[in-house]
Ligand binder design. Structure first.
Ligand code: CA
Ligand code: CA
Ligand code: CA
Length: 454
């Protein structure tokens, strides 16, 4: 755009005529195009433009100056003093011309329901010296191999040839006929390539091929879900240190399409403390092209930590490679039953027990029940104090008593008034955990009996 100014008055509609001249550059479709031969100013307008297009090409050899000159004015205006504008074409045109696609270099189309026509346009432009022949071919899908004429995606012809005579430019078209999709189809990429086989024109390096992507149809890469055998909520036992990690295998299926290798990401979480429970709480596994089944392992580790039953959520979180997750069946739960005596093991240590004498000389046995291992929940402990002296009862009141060791507490102290002078042996009765820990009752009783420390 070359600006032309209208100085002084702007009354009425006027025009200014112009021409171009150049010692080497050729007007028309070769080096540049001068649009029109006059520039118009409407009433009140003081600025207008001359439009010059430079023909673009790859070569950069000669600079070519062009002069644009105002040569006359109409409508009452007169020419001023600055009438010549010089521009320089930095690049010179290839004398043989340039061949290029006019389409976008990347074209993406939905996989059609019915036959689809896709025209591609190419042109020879610039210099038109000599005959040239340009061939085209398609490579793909998703490879650099030439597309065979018989294929399921694009109708024959899948290659061809164009000739341009000496001095002949212009546009040619390639008509691609794209077949409708199959039941399911992966995304396919083809490249339509130009190749100069005769003559000396240049292929425009930025527009000598078109990458055509036909989008996938359906779920060619599949939908990922846990296999039915892994959907039920299982309960596992924490392994002992001797056994080592327990390997739990989960099965996964790929339904619908089975095309392409895909990567599936999984993750374990829990509202309980998951620290140290598993070798890893996340991972990746792959399903090979054509495969519909896979499995992955979760390693449940042994530990000495007392734990109540913990529920874990195992989730397939994402997939790479075009597949989708079945949102209905990508989360499962499993649990590990209570372990390492979560509610505790109860013991009496003789050096923690004592006889107290109150102000009124009443005597008390101060009982200190120690809770080892876990401290989950309130646990009621029943005990009985008896003496090796058979003749008289030691305890004033009930023979059997109960104390409650609270959730989190490691011991509980109770005082029992006594009558007798001698009380040398304590014995303690089973622990009776309160609901909801009935299940562990037996364990606790056994533990307790075998852990009595008198
Ligand atoms: Ca845990
Ligand atoms: Ca654990
Ligand atoms: Ca444990």
């Amino acid at each position: 755009m070359i600006p032309v100014q209208r100085l002084h008055g702007t009354y009425g509609r006027v025009t200014a005529d112009f021409i171009s001249q150049s010692s080497s550059a050729v007007p028309g479709a070769v080096d540049y195009v001068l649009h029109g031969s006059s520039v118009t100013f409407q009433h009140g307008q003081n600025l207008s433009f001359i439009n010059v297009s430079i023909i673009d090409d790859d070569e950069s050899e000669f600079e070519e100056p062009i002069e644009i000159m105002l040569i006359g004015a109409t409508g009452g205006a007169v020419l001023g003093r600055h009438l010549v504008c010089r521009i320089t074409i930095a690049k010179s045109d290839s004398p043989f011309g340039v061949v290029r696609f006019l389409n976008q270099s990347r074209v993406s189309v939905p996989n059609p329901n019915s036959t689809m026509i896709l025209p591609l346009m190419l042109e020879r432009t610039g210099g038109l010296l000599g005959e040239i022949q340009v061939n085209w071919e398609i490579v793909g899908p998703n490879s650099q191999e030439a597309l065979p004429p018989q294929n399921r995606d694009i109708a024959d012809p899948v290659s061809g040839s164009f000739s341009f005579g000496d001095g002949e430019g212009g546009v040619r078209s390639i008509i691609l006929v794209i077949y409708p999709h199959d039941d399911i189809e992966i995304e396919k990429t083809f490249i339509i390539k130009l190749k100069l086989v005769r003559g000396e024109a240049q292929l425009d390096s930025t527009a000598k091929d078109v990458t055509l992507t036909i989008e996938k149809f359906g779920d060619p890469n599949g939908v990922i879900q846990f296999a039915p055998e892994s959907l039920s909520e299982e309960t596992y036992l924490e392994p002992s240190a001797l056994e080592g990690p327990l390997i739990i295998t989960f099965f996964v299926k790929r339904i619908k399409g089975i095309s392409g290798e895909i990567m599936v990401y999984w993750e374990l979480s829990s509202e309980f403390d998951i620290t140290g429970d598993f070798l890893s709480t996340k991972g990746i596994f792959t399903i090979a092209d054509g495969e519909s089944e896979a499995s992955f392992d979760v390693h449940l580790l042994p530990d000495d930590t007392p734990e109540i039953e913990e529920v874990y959520v195992l989730r397939l979180v994402s997939v790479k490679g075009g597949a989708k997750l079945d949102t209905e069946n990508c989360v499962i739960r499993f649990s590990v039953s209570a372990n390492d005596d979560p509610h505790g093991i109860f013991a009496l240590y003789s050096d923690h027990q004592s006889i107290l004498i109150g102000q009124n000389l009443r005597r008390f046995i101060q009982i200190n029940v120690t809770r080892l291992a876990g401290t989950f929940g309130d646990v009621a402990v029943r005990y009985r104090i008896s003496s090796d002296s058979k003749e008289q009862s030691v305890v004033t009141e009930n023979a059997e008593r109960q104390l409650v060791v609270r959730d989190g507490a490691r011991c509980k102290v109770d005082s029992v008034p006594v009558q007798s002078q001698v009380c040398s042996v304590f014995s303690i009765f089973p622990v009776i955990p309160e609901d909801p820990f009935k299940k562990t009752l037996v364990n606790l009783m056994i533990s307790l009996q075998s852990n009595l420390d008198i």
